[in-house]
Design a protein around this ligand. Structure first.
Ligand code: GUN
Ligand code: FE
Length: 433
């Protein structure tokens, strides 16, 4: 990648890795070799010769991470929103995903998606795709060209789905495993786009498929993403399919696919009980909290405070098309709002999320997943050593009659901004917008 050194000046707002919000009006943010060299109130002598780009009066924040989203579902976002998860999968998600066997359809849909994502505040993504290797590679090519950073997963499914999405027919996991190995071999050419193993969820994969994926994971040292304890009907189904398991997380753990040494993301964790939360924490599994999807698909309100208190690594996801908005600003606002509903409706003792906490989750919280993977640094903060992802926001259109503090400007941006306010974006030190 281009290793360019430069300095940005503007109104800096970021969370340290510890979660504390830092603000610095008219501060200097130094990029060296694609990484942050830190934030300074005055231009440090040693960097005085570097090019200075002045974003005076504009907010500069770390790039946001979407820790869980489905690229092929972008095409039907904001449709079918009256359905609950399993019915929505059958009638909306699966028929749409089957279309990605047609590479021209995939090209049209994925081009629209990537063009849209370039303009927004997110710089990093963990994508589910479909079972179709040529379409997955097409998406990876488009993402690589965009300069965004992503993990992309070819989806595995060999049971409980329509014939045209079932790889190899019943009890024949080899087809899915062979396709997965083929896909992994094609992924070596990318700098910013990495493969992540993606068994859709327990109901979609036979035991043989899970066994093969665990072997592939060991051979190639690949991270993994899946879904966990999202919706009551889904959980009841998993209980039927895995009567030996203590809980849904334990079903993955018994298949040797639940974190430990391997960076792992489980989306949702809406109904995780104390045992499952302890297991997530012990195994260092990231939970991707997807508040908008959880409301749209009638899944519930995730116990985010309990996950945080237990030390589960946590980030935010759009879960498009369960969620309809791609921006992680929207996920921050939704996370705060539904955490208040949780306190009102479920447990008075669970404190709602603060703006600072939600901002942390959408930046350094999810960005930490990238720090666990080989080749990337951690992302989502401006502390020295973090990958240099920065978003420049022109919030003059959001001003009121009074001058606001940086913290309050950030809050307004989280709740009110849209892509029109995103002026520029840097990813790993490279300007992509
Ligand atoms: N569980 C299994 N597949 C999916 C999916 O595509 N979306 C959501 N929200 N949950 C799932
Ligand atoms: Fe999902």
């Amino acid at each position: 990648m281009d290793t360019v050194n430069f300095v940005l000046q503007g109104d800096l707002c970021f969370c340290e890795n510890s979660g504390v919000l830092k603000t610095l009006e008219g501060g200097f943010l130094v990029c060296r070799n694609g990484k942050s060299a830190g934030v300074f109130p005055q231009m440090p002598e040693e960097y005085a010769s570097l090019p200075l780009i002045n974003y005076g009066g504009k907010l500069i924040i770390p790039g946001l991470t979407d820790l869980h989203t489905h690229a092929p579902q972008y095409g039907f976002r904001a449709l079918g929103m009256d359905l609950e998860l399993l019915e929505w999968l059958e009638t909306r998600a699966f028929p749409e995903e089957a279309r990605y066997g047609d590479i021209e359809y995939a090209r049209r849909a994925y081009s629209l998606l990537v063009e849209d994502l370039k303009k927004g505040p997110n710089t990093r993504f963990c994508f589910f795709t479909t079972i179709h290797v040529p379409a997955v590679i097409l998406l990876m090519d488009l993402l690589e060209e965009s300069g965004l950073v992503s993990f992309v997963g070819k989806v595995n499914m060999d049971r409980n789905c329509p014939e045209n999405l079932r790889e190899g027919g019943e009890n024949n996991p080899e087809t899915s495993l062979t396709a997965t190995r083929e896909w992994i071999r094609l992924c070596g050419k990318y700098q910013n786009t990495r493969p992540i193993l993606t068994p859709r969820f327990i109901p979609s994969c036979s035991d043989g498929l899970f066994r093969g994926l665990a072997e592939i994971q060991k051979t190639y040292m690949l991270p993994l993403q899946s879904h966990l304890s999202e919706n009551k009907n889904e959980i009841a189904w998993v209980r039927e399919l895995c009567p030996e398991s203590k809980n849904y997380g334990d079903a993955y753990a018994r298949r040797d696919l639940f974190g430990g040494d391997v960076p792992t993301i489980m989306a949702h964790c809406v109904w995780s009980n104390d045992d499952e939360i302890q297991l997530l924490a012990k195994q260092g599994v990231f939970a991707a909290h997807c508040p908008q999807s959880n409301a749209n698909l009638s899944s519930g309100i995730a116990p985010v405070r309990r996950l945080l208190d237990a030390g589960v690594p946590l980030g935010l996801g759009s879960d498009v098309a369960g969620g309809v908005h791609t921006s992680i600003f929207r996920a921050m606002a939704d996370a705060i709002q539904i955490s208040k509903l949780r306190r009102a409706l479920v447990n008075q003792d669970e404190k709602p999320l603060t703006l600072e906490e939600a901002f942390y989750l959408g930046t350094a919280g999810g960005g930490a997943f990238f720090g666990r993977a080989r080749g990337f640094g951690p992302a989502g903060s401006f502390e020295p050593g973090f990958d240099f992802d920065a978003v420049i926001i022109n919030d003059t259109g959001l001003a009121g009659p009074e001058k606001l503090s940086l913290r309050d400007r950030l809050e307004r941006v989280v709740y009110l901004s849209d892509d029109r306010h995103i002026e520029s974006k840097y990813v790993r030190g490279k300007q992509v917008l």
